[in-house]
Design a protein around this ligand. Structure first.
Ligand code: SIN
Length: 540
């Protein structure tokens, strides 16, 4: 059964129920659009709810002396290691205060500061205390709770258990709907003038990740197949501190938020020596790529006889259990009392800094196709995302995208129904997931070289076969396959180390040759190839 058996219609179909998707759906609803949201899991099952640290934002009247929107922009550009788009950074960060105001209006409750206003913490790469948080370290959970409740109050229709397979397009290539599989694997078409991909990241490319099992790069693959471009895909951010639960950890590993270091915890090895001393002027609060790479180097030297984890000493934080209840509970569940013992931690795949090339209004260059949140590459993150800029991006770009869709509809640039080519389930290369995760973790994580990346390519070749994408598992595995191939193509080409892309055979940053974002497109046979790069726009 490869042709659609059922259909529905909306002005805007949103794929994904995290911060970007639900924010966009709510705004679209306010603007009078008929909106339909689809998610392959249950509404709250995405990555947003796992975010701990908070939302980075400079709130008027509440920031420290010396902090400003300009300082937040500066920190973002420094973390992005020369590849951010300065205009996108400025626009998204300037939109933060209004986005947080709207979110609070929708019911999200942030932690108050004792003296009034909102409590603020600091994370790696931030020059000021500007990260607002909720439930101590449960910011994502509160953001998701509030958005899900608001979507329910506003009667936003959500199709749970439906996976997006492919864009449906007009003969001229504009997107006019979405081919999905329902919970029973029955294909259907959601006709729409606009499709917004807000489907999150691709942490499941790796064996150990902070991402839930749904993070399989589906939106990236769908966009590439629809003719969109992706960029910066080689920059996968590894969070420096997920809870180490033993050799060979698999799947979602509990995060130990950077805010723990923001409040004074330090990284030590098994001998008690400080890992970040002498590595960077900000030491334990250096940008995330620097800390993850330093831990990886430290582990390679096997200090103190331990070669797969270090420790986060948070014993000096007096109110650890109340300030960081999620981290505290995860540690206790793993048999570690973080108030009395250092927490065993290791880096794990956390965030895709690249993605579908789109502007700050979500437009991708393919008429009718929009992207927002982690799946998108707006230029905010460059080669390494600044901590707590992702919820911010989802809120700001989610809102702007809904407004862009409404404007594009009003201008008559989107299809208004009809004219769609008939849709059938696509055939795509699918690799074995376990083999893929193993080689990606071994050869394409932190510390890559030409030889290892070639091994990934060979293993993918050997374990890949063309399949009709007629189950959720096949759609996900095809997405991981194309994402892995895109990543290794870009990583092999980038003969330098920059941000999250660390090459052991090209250890230096090479601004003379590499201040540009590599763009990936798909050939008609489904192979990712490098296309014309995007020159960096902004400070080095
Ligand atoms: C953290 O709390 O450390 C993660 C927050 C983020 O990824 O921005």
């Amino acid at each position: 059964m490869s042709t659609p058996l059922w259909e529905a219609r909306a002005d805007l179909v949103v794929v994904g129920t995290g911060v970007a998707g639900l924010t966009a759906a709510l705004r679209a609803r306010e603007l009078g659009l008929r909106v339909l949201v689809v998610t392959k899991a249950a509404i709250g099952d995405g990555n947003t709810r796992w975010a701990q640290g908070g939302v980075a934002v400079v709130l008027p009247g509440e920031h420290d002396a010396g902090d400003s929107v300009e300082a937040h922009v500066r920190d973002t550009l420094v973390a992005g290691a020369g590849l951010c788009d300065e205009d996108a950074v400025a626009a998204i960060i300037a939109g933060g205060p209004e986005a947080v105001r709207r979110l609070r209006e929708r019911g999200a409750v942030f932690d108050p500061a004792p003296g009034g206003g909102l409590a603020r913490t600091r994370e790696g790469g931030h020059s000021a205390f500007r990260v607002v948080h909720a439930g101590g370290d449960a910011t994502g959970a509160e953001v998701e709770r509030a958005l899900v409740a608001a979507a329910s109050d506003s009667r936003v229709p959500v199709l749970e258990g439906h996976i997006a397979v492919d864009a449906v397009r007009t003969p001229l290539g504009a997107v006019c709907g979405l081919l999905v599989l329902d919970g029973n694997g029955v294909p259907g078409v959601l006709g729409a003038s606009a499709v917004l991909l807000a489907s999150g990241g691709l942490g499941q490319l790796y064996q150990a990740t902070s991402n839930p099992e749904v993070a399989t790069g589906d939106g990236l693959a769908l966009a590439l197949r629809a003719g969109a471009a992706a960029a910066d895909v080689e920059f996968v951010q590894f969070h420096p501190t997920v809870l180490y639960t033993g050799r060979g950890a698999r799947g979602r590993c509990p995060l130990v938020t950077e805010a723990v270091r923001g409040e004074g915890a330090v990284l030590v090895d098994a001998t008690g020596a400080r890992v970040m001393r002498g590595v960077h002027p900000l030491e334990d609060l250096a940008p995330r790529d620097v800390v993850s790479a330093a831990i990886t180097r430290h582990l390679a030297d096997a200090p103190g006889g331990v070669d797969d984890h270090v420790f986060l000493d948070a014993t000096g934080i007096p109110d650890l259990a109340t300030r960081f209840p999620t981290v505290h509970a995860a540690c206790l569940a793993a048999g570690v009392d973080p108030s009395a013992q250092p927490i065993p931690v290791a880096p794990a795949a956390h965030f895709a800094c690249g993605g579908v090339v789109s502007d700050v209004d979500g437009r991708t260059g393919v008429t009718g196709l929009y992207a927002a949140g982690e799946v998108a590459r707006t230029g905010l993150h460059g080669a390494n995302r600044l901590a707590s800029n992702s919820l911010l991006e989802g809120l700001v770009v989610g809102t702007r995208t809904a407004e862009a869709v409404a404007a594009d509809l009003a201008m008559g640039v989107l299809a208004r129904g009809g004219g769609c080519a008939s849709a059938a389930l696509p055939v795509a290369p699918v690799a074995d997931r376990d083999s893929l995760q193993r080689v990606m973790s071994r050869y394409a994580a932190i510390g890559r070289d030409a030889e290892g990346l070639a091994v990934v390519g060979s293993v993918l070749d050997l374990s890949t076969a063309d399949r009709v994408l007629d189950t959720r598992q096949l759609v996900e595995d095809a997405a991981l396959t194309v994402a892995a191939r895109a990543l290794i193509a870009a990583a092999a080409e980038r003969t330098e180390s920059r941000g999250c892309h660390v090459r052991t055979d090209f250890t230096e940053r090479d601004d003379a040759n590499w201040r540009r974002s590599q763009v990936v497109r798909l050939t008609p046979t489904g192979q990712p190839v490098l296309a014309d790069p995007i020159a960096a726009r902004g400070a080095a």
